[in-house]
Design a protein around this ligand. Structure first.
Ligand code: KG4
Ligand code: ZN
Length: 339
């Protein structure tokens, strides 16, 4: 396969489209977020998500090709998120992308959403080369992964309950913050004092690389009930919560680097957009002699560029999917084919 690859992301509440070329890099990308639509319900409503992808996907593909100054005939392949994610939302992207590739007689490939996230730093200048450790922190996942090549992923640690983004979202909700909670809570934390509320750093007092964030919610709820009327309590609690998550993630990242003997750390997924997490890990890296790679903020959260990139690398290596429209709402990252 040669030529630019169209990437389509529809696994949750963002419709993302991009054109990526292995030789030229990222050529164009567009994103439509459904956040406003789901905000009234306090979370993603799967059926509404699927219907909105139906409405937005074709216009976004047209817009992306226009931005790239291309027509469909210039495409060398098509990549789409085939899992994990919401089954209806995935099916919209898979059906559209797979059919387009069929009509254009170009190869198609289904991409693992989390592989997209973990390769997103490769969209930037001076990309990380394997081996590296990746911290994948999104709404559905908190994982530490040893990456020894594209498609060669070994799970070092996982969450036993809530994912990091889920912990941000649920904690924000119980503090009465608007959906989506993560960015709202992080913004509130900027005006909070660090020293006032000290929450636990779960599972850092024992060996291992797994996470558990669900207990933090209860700690926050109790503090919130006891101090809600006091001056600046909400912001101070938000700050204390953010410090607890960020420090816990940082401790486990250092451990994973020590365990694997790697000096490169990739941070990806929606929580990777958190400014305190970025600053704390960048500082730790400078002090302790490891290098930290982040995608730019807009490529931390869901987007089409990371799917186009991951798909282009797979298509270039000769991997292809057959003509069936298939999605995998649950899909283990360790089972991917090596590139
Ligand atoms: O990767 P993503 O866009 O979607 C999934 O694949 O899940 O991640 C979304 C998650 C949400 O839980 C959101 O609250 C969180 O990332 N998030 C943040 C920030 N921006 C997004 N969490 C903390 N601080 C942020 N600045
Ligand atoms: Zn995601």
């Amino acid at each position: 396969m040669s030529g630019p690859v169209l990437g389509v992301e529809t696994s949750c509440d963002e419709t993302g489209v991009a054109v990526y070329d292995v030789a030229r890099g990222l050529i164009a990308h567009t994103l439509y977020s459904q956040v406003k639509m789901h905000a009234d319900y306090g979370g993603v409503v799967p059926e509404l998500a699927s219907r909105d992808h139906v409405r937005k996907l074709l216009p976004l593909i047209r817009e992306t090709l226009r931005k790239a100054d291309m027509s469909t005939r210039d495409l060398g392949g098509v990549a789409y998120t085939s899992g994990p994610g919401l089954v209806g939302a995935l099916l919209v992207g898979a059906a559209c992308a797979r059919s387009l590739a069929w009509a254009l007689e170009v190869p198609a490939i289904g991409v693992h959403h989390m592989e997209g996230h973990l390769l997103a730093p490769m969209l930037e200048a001076d990309p990380p080369q394997p081996p590296f450790v990746a911290l994948l922190v999104s709404g559905g996942h908190s994982m530490l992964i040893e990456v020894t090549g594209i498609g060669c992923y070994r799970l070092l640690g996982d969450t036993l309950d809530d994912a990091a983004g889920e912990a941000f979202d649920k904690t924000a909700k119980l503090m009465g913050l608007p959906y989506p909670g993560g960015p709202a809570l992080a913004k509130l934390a900027e005006t909070g004092a660090a020293a006032r509320f000290k929450f636990s750093r779960p599972m850092t007092d024992r060996p291992g690389l797994d996470f558990s964030f669900s207990g933090l919610k209860t700690q926050v709820l109790l503090a919130y009930r006891a101090h809600a009327d006091e001056a600046n309590a909400k912001a101070d609690i938000a700050r204390g919560f953010e410090e607890a998550i960020v420090e816990t993630l940082a401790i486990k990242c250092r451990r994973a680097l020590a365990q694997t003997g790697t000096r490169r750390l990739v941070i990806a997924g929606g929580v990777g957009a958190n400014k305190r997490l970025r600053a704390q890990l960048a500082d730790a890296g400078e002090r302790e002699g490891f290098r930290v790679y982040f995608p730019r903020l807009e490529f931390c959260t869901d987007n089409g560029a990371m799917i186009a990139l991951a798909g282009a690398l797979r298509l270039q290596a000769g991997l292809r999917d057959d003509a069936a429209i298939k999605v995998a709402p649950r899909w283990d990252l360790e089972t991917l084919a090596a590139v």
